[in-house]
Ligand binder design. Sequence first.
Ligand SMILES: [Zn+2]
Ligand SMILES: [Zn+2]
Length: 224
Amino acid sequence: MNVILDLLFPKRCVSCGKIGSYICKKCFSRIEFIKNPVCPVCQRQAVEGKTHPGCKGRYRLDGLVVAARYRGPVKTAIIKVKYKWIYDIEKIFVDLLSQRFWKFNLPADLILVPVPLYSQRKKWRGFNQAEILAKSLSLQFNVPYFDLMNRFIETKPQVGLSREDRKENVKGAFALRKIITGVSGKNIILVDDVFTSGATMAECAKVLKKAGAGQVWAMAVALG
Ligand SMILES: [Zn+2]
Ligand SMILES: [Zn+2]
């Protein structure tokens, strides 16, 4: 099946257009991988991606897993699929992430939860990239996937807003789905494509922790 699809729709490098793969060797070599994990609160270097003791808070994120800088081919790839998903490209993103997993000290007994899109936007776009990523990670690593959250306010795009405005913009925008119970004590990885100020993930973590979640980590392909 894949062979036929590859023949019909040859893969092209998302960055330079070369046929053969979604990121060609040359562009792959330009990816700026994250060498040292960072704290999700202050974004300074942090051992194994864990939130610094001084940055910790009852309702804050406990750690951050990111693969690469939001630059070059990774940025191009993420922007390209924002409005039109490219068949199978999530495998590239999952690969980029999983090659770095050893650097992070994730808690055990995790579940994967995608950062939700506002329902109208999802309807219009047809997909949520965070959902596709989380599902793909779930399949590859056999970690349960739960679509736990709703975004019930259409927030302004975070791009171009200051750090403070970003926090304000997403405040109160998320809630747990009504039907969901049993978040209590669960360790959660929130999945999104890009982690920029972290305001969105931080707001989601707050909702999950108020509902009794254990550790809540953020995971994103790129660090903006
Ligand atoms: Zn290329
Ligand atoms: Zn910190």
